[in-house]
Design a protein around this ligand. Structure first.
Ligand SMILES: NC(=O)c1ccc[n+]([C@@H]2O[C@H](COP(=O)([O-])OP(=O)(O)OC[C@H]3O[C@@H](n4cnc5c(N)ncnc54)[C@H](O)[C@@H]3O)[C@@H](O)[C@H]2O)c1
Length: 437
């Protein structure tokens, strides 16, 4: 099948590469000419495990091409996926200007009937706006589908190739057949089904999924705070509730607050959509409040042990990305932490395996970027773990303790065992963990 993917970011690039991998002819479009030139040279502008060889292979074999020319890509394709960004507007609602601009341009290039698919995360009702925008430019018949994307950065290829489910909102049989054919290679294994539904339900499903996951995180973060107050260990509580099949194990890890390009903006956007309709989504408003406070929990711990004024203190930080296996720093909890530390007068020396370039765009030279984890700890008054990168899981603790000026270890991801850390000579504090005996 001939497919155009408009927007070659985390979602568009992964979708384009995976669709080419299954034999489709895919043209990926982006308005960012530098990005496209790099992609044409097989240089991947983001870090995503497994993406580079897949792009390389499919580009070499001629199934995947990159262009800034949206019109040519649309005219050559039967299915057009819209995967451009939908950043939060000032009032928290999803900003649809990119989606609708693309829709109008698709309309201007509608040379034969096509299926136009919204893959970006868009509020309920957007498919109808896309339909109107395309229609304003063409007489040619076309279909609109909603096909929200559920991939996780860091495991995006796997998620796309072996999805738990594919959600497709359609309103006619032809579009349903075409979308079913497109996704058939990814849903052959038992369990990973295509769920066809009406368009509005597909749009809501994406927000409901992210809102539910964010809710679990904020819930566990509050349980962690509660555990600290009553002398319980949230890790035991997590295991205790996670083994209940009705609850399940995933997304029960407390931490420094959720970040990234999706949860914060999607929670905001669904609250806003509901508000416009006179409904207050109180649960989600609390989820957001808890998360805003949680992003400062590690900073408050640092100040509890080192004092409010951190002038003359050095803080080492392990991990800048909002989670492991990505270079994405959008809404990363490390940002308010570092801003808070710098405001309080601290010197910050940070390490991240992949996100240093992104961090430089945010902090410039206000932060020292360490080439390896141990250099970030060198001479520091505390070491803070902010991202659960594998490389931080089992370091040389003896070496680490000696490098630190004060062996204060603030573990924002609960990577280590409190008793073991105490035995190794650290002053250790996790999130909601019971203090060492
Ligand atoms: N990143 C994720 O993990 C993830 C997961 C699921 C869904 N989503 C959703 O998918 C959408 C895209 O997210 P992303 O993370 O890939 O964003 P991104 O910012 O990485 O990529 C978006 C790309 O679209 C391009 N673009 C913008 N306007 C354009 C136009 N008019 N023509 C051509 N290209 C244009 C930008 O240059 C950019 O490269 C968002 O709605 C997001 O919420 C993201």
């Amino acid at each position: 099948m001939h497919v155009a993917v408009i927007g070659s970011g985390y979602v568009g690039l992964v979708a384009g590469a995976c669709l080419a991998e299954t034999g489709n002819d895919v043209i990926c479009v982006d308005k960012d000419a530098t990005k496209i030139t790099r992609l044409q040279r097989n240089e991947i502008p983001i870090y995503e495990p497994g993406l580079e060889p897949m792009v390389q292979r499919n580009q070499t074999e001629g199934r995947l091409t990159f262009t800034t020319d949206l019109g040519t890509a649309v005219r050559a394709s039967k299915v057009v996926l819209i995967a451009v960004g939908t950043p939060p507007g000032e009032d928290g609602s999803a900003d649809l200007q990119h989606v609708l601009a693309v829709a109008r341009e698709i309309g201007r290039n509608m040379n034969e009937p096509k299926v136009v698919v919204t893959k970006s995360t868009v509020p309920v009702g957007t498919a109808e706006k896309v339909r109107a925008a395309v229609k304003s430019e063409t007489e040619t018949p076309f279909s609109v589908c909603s096909n929200p994307e559920f991939l996780k950065e860091g495991a995006a290829i796997d998620d796309f190739m072996k999805p738990d489910r594919v959600v497709i909102g359609v309103d006619n049989d032809d579009a349903r057949a075409i979308m079913g054919e497109l996704y058939a290679p990814f849903t052959r294994q038992g369990g990973n089904r295509v769920l066809f539904m009406d368009i509005a339900s597909a749009e809501v499903t994406k927000y409901a999924a992210n809102a539910m996951l964010a809710t679990r995180i904020s819930f566990m973060n509050q349980m962690a705070t509660f555990c600290e107050l009553v002398g319980a260990d949230v890790n035991n509580v997590r295991l205790g509730i996670g083994s209940d099949q009705r609850i399940g194990r995933a997304f029960l890890y407390p931490g420094p607050g959720y970040g990234g390009s999706c949860f914060p903006k999607d929670v905001k956007a669904i609250i806003r959509t509901a508000e416009d309709l006179g409904l207050s989504l109180d649960v989600l408003k609390s989820v957001e409040d808890v998360n805003d406070r949680q992003k400062l929990v590690v900073l408050r711990k640092a100040q509890r042990f080192l004092g409010d004024d951190l002038t003359g203190k050095t803080i080492g930080i392990w991990g800048l990305a909002f989670k492991a296996e990505t270079d994405d720093m959008r809404e990363a909890p490390a940002i308010p932490l570092i801003e808070g530390l710098l405001d309080a007068g601290a010197r910050v020396q940070a390490h991240d395996p992949k996100a240093t370039d992104q961090a430089r765009l945010i902090f410039g030279d206000r932060v020292m970027y360490a080439a390896d984890p141990y250099s970030a700890a060198h001479g520091a008054d505390a070491l803070v773990v902010m991202t659960e990168w594998l490389v931080y899981r089992n370091p040389d603790f003896e070496r680490l303790r000696k490098l630190l000026r004060r062996p204060l270890l603030l573990d924002g991801r609960n990577l280590y065992e409190p008793d073991r850390m105490a035995a190794l000579g650290f002053e250790y504090h996790g999130i909601g963990r019971r203090s060492p005996m």
